[in-house]
Design a protein around this ligand. Sequence first.
Ligand code: DGL
Length: 263
Amino acid sequence: MTNPNPIGIFDSGIGGLSIARRIRELMPNENLLYVADSIHAPYGEKSERYIQQRSDTITRFLIEQNAKAIVVACNTATVSAIKNLRADYDLPIIGVEPGIKPAARQSKSGVIGVLATSQTLKSESFNNLSRLFSESVRVEIQPCPGLVEQIEALDLEGAQTETLVARYVAPLIEKGADHIVLGCTHYAFLAPAIRRAAGAHVEVINTDMAVARETLRRLQIHNLLSNSPQAGATTFWSSAEPSLAHRQLSELWGEGLIVHPMR
Ligand code: DGL
């Protein structure tokens, strides 16, 4: 059995490319569809209802493009919408989760820090996850308003971005965190800046590869893997202004690709 249909991946913008690139590494022969909903970013400052509606519209669109599985490559959409998506659509739907578990296991100081959007940090699923590890570590949280916008603007190392990163990382270090968990897929693109702000003794934890592995596992279970010997294609849609969308994808994915507009 083989299934050449694509894997659909979406995020509020370009953050989910950090997951998509791992899926590409792990499954080079799979076809991928990526939707960047940049015009509606940041999801982290929107209501749960709004995020659910966007997630539903995009999932339906990806299924219309024959997606065989959906990867919600966004922490905020995962905590807000994945339950509804799983109830409404009959295909594997994989979400993302901040790496509190690996950070808690490795922490020596007994304090870990989580950078994420306000919406993620106040969600029930995040708080349940955090509570699971509350006996072994203290979980310090830090919402990061403005960071997603910097990444969407491709300002990964500019002074304004460095200042914001330092402002968000410093309180976690002061509280004794020796691990910083990236609880938003966009922040993977700021990992170097976050490492600089945190210092060499602090470990930065990202779950992008774990999500790719989970996607592979779910495709295997459902007999949905492609056995094509050819390299898979990646097709992009973005709701950003087309020239910005093109710059974003060229810089973070590679030159020469086509980005389809979407509303
Ligand atoms: N990449 C999204 C996440 O993982 C960013 C959310 C936003 O747009 O605020 O949470």
